[in-house]
Design a protein around this ligand. Structure first.
Ligand code: DOR
Length: 459
């Protein structure tokens, strides 16, 4: 008989409502919601006073494994996920070696099966000459990927694909959904040349400026539209991109829409005024923008121009970050504080738990055609997180489970923290302790590939 866990008394964030009810886990699956009081179980969890949510799905992390494991690896990164209520991640291809062949993808999946505490999937990275591999990735049985990542703008890992002919071919000839880092390389280079001289970290936002982000996002949307290719804009950082994406989707009939977008916590919580306090710890690509851009990102989320939130967890060591700008690397770690940051906003009244579950659980599953995840619903995978909305804690570098051992939110008091996380019905985080076994499983993608706009009503 599979192990049965009955979670009783929690306020459960269900599709369409929040109800005080019970959830039965049987083996790896949610076997029932609102089950009879006498239901037999091997373990009964009294969750009165707590909220139960679907496990968070983070569609943008950099776990540095293989090749850059002094920054993070699949074990440390996934354990940080478990402690933060993130039960599934999609990881980026800028590792060493890069995930640019079907063999490299298969090797990463095999590595994760031995190391990951939570569920995993890996993007295929585009280069200027791996079109065949990008096509093969969608046809090779047993090697699944959510889609293709293009760096239309250079960042960590030397994976720039800027050439128009190459981009046209990728959008024309591949079948997997495409996502991209959008910062226009020629704008960045022109800004660099203009600002030549001693630079400080706040110049990062002058080099990777509004124009760089907007130009590249427009270019990618144009490619997607002309080739009718599903496209997801990663880490939107400007109000102008929010307006462009929102307007674009408004003028197109719902069933013809192909563009989705996401915002990241660093762009939602920081702006250029934070360089003075954080220095290069606030350096990331796309760069921080103004307080007005930040407000526009929140509005975009609330109004639906941006569908999801994801971390772009990009750890570097403190020693690497301490190199003076521009030698310092771009990126910040976030998976462990992602959910608490957003729960804190629910407590502050900026958004609701239903918003949060849509942005961080249900919609990422639907954007990437993930099977059986993102909802607390009978038959779905038992990837769940129990949170205490009352609990208050200060984020501390010394508490971080990520290998880099720091957080740009160090010193910030947050209210609302995970207390227990299940992955496929197995407890991976409880009483402050994290599972060490590789409990995570490969994420399954629906081969029909309908995408976000083709699926039913949003949560
Ligand atoms: O800041 C960033 N860091 N942006 C990216 O696009 C890549 C990432 C990294 O891998 O370090």
């Amino acid at each position: 008989m599979p192990h049965r866990t009955l979670i009783r008394g929690a306020r459960v964030v269900l599709p369409g409502k929040i109800a005080r009810t019970s959830v039965l886990i049987e083996g790896a699956t949610i076997a029932g919601v609102d089950v009879a009081r006498q239901t037999r179980a091997d373990e009964v969890v009294d969750a009165a006073g707590l909220h139960l949510l679907p496990g968070v799905i983070d569609d943008q992390v950099h776990f540095r494994d293989p090749g850059l494991t002094h920054k993070e690896d699949l074990r440390t990164g996934s354990r940080a996920c478990a402690a933060g209520g993130v039960t599934s991640f999609l990881e980026m291809p800028n590792t060493v070696p890069q995930t640019i062949t079907v063999e490299a993808l298969a090797a990463k999946l095999a590595l994760a099966s031995r190391r990951s505490v939570v569920n995993y999937g890996f993007y295929m990275g585009a280069t200027t000459d791996n079109l065949d591999e990008l096509c093969r990735a969608d046809r090779t049985p047993g090697v699944a990927t959510p889609g293709i990542k293009i760096f239309i703008g250079s960042s960590t890992g030397n994976m720039l694909v800027d050439d128009q002919e190459c981009l046209e071919a990728i959008f024309a000839e591949t079948t997997l959904p495409i996502t991209a880092h959008c910062e226009d390389e020629s704008t960045v280079r022109a800004n660099q040349a203009r600002l030549a001289g001693p630079l400080t970290v706040d110049d990062h936002s002058r080099i990777r400026d509004h124009k760089a982000a907007v130009t590249a996002t427009l270019r990618a949307i144009d490619l997607a539209e002309r080739h009718r290719h599903r496209f997801h804009v990663l880490h939107v950082s400007t109000g102008e991109e929010v307006r462009i994406i929102g307007d674009h989707n408004r003028i197109i009939a719902h069933h013809d829409r192909i563009i989705t977008a996401e915002a990241c916590p660093h762009h939602l919580f920081f702006d250029t005024s934070d360089y003075a306090r954080l220095g290069t710890l606030a350096q990331m690509n796309p760069s921080l923008k103004t307080a007005e851009d930040r407000a526009a990102l929140w509005r975009g989320l609330k109004e639906g121009a941006i569908q999801i939130v994801a971390t772009d967890h990009a750890p570097h060591t403190l020693e690497e970050k301490a190199v003076p700008y521009p030698g310092s690397p771009s990126g910040v770690p976030a998976v462990e504080v992602f959910l608490p940051l957003m729960l804190n906003e629910v407590n502050r009244g900026r958004c609701t738990l239903a918003d949060l579950a849509a942005w961080m659980c249900d919609r990422p599953a639907r954007i990437w055609d993930i099977v059986g995840k993102g909802r607390v619903q009978r038959g779905y995978d038992a990837d769940l997180v129990l949170v205490d909305m009352e609990s208050e804690r200060v984020v501390r570098n010394e508490d971080q489970r990520c290998k880099s051992g720091w957080s740009p939110w160090h010193g910030t008091k947050l209210q609302g923290w995970p207390v227990r996380t299940w992955v496929g019905g197995r407890t991976v985080f409880a009483d402050g302790r994290v599972e060490t076994e590789s409990v995570g499983r490969e994420i399954v993608f629906d081969c029909k590939r309908g995408g976000y706009w083709a699926t039913g009503e949003p949560m």
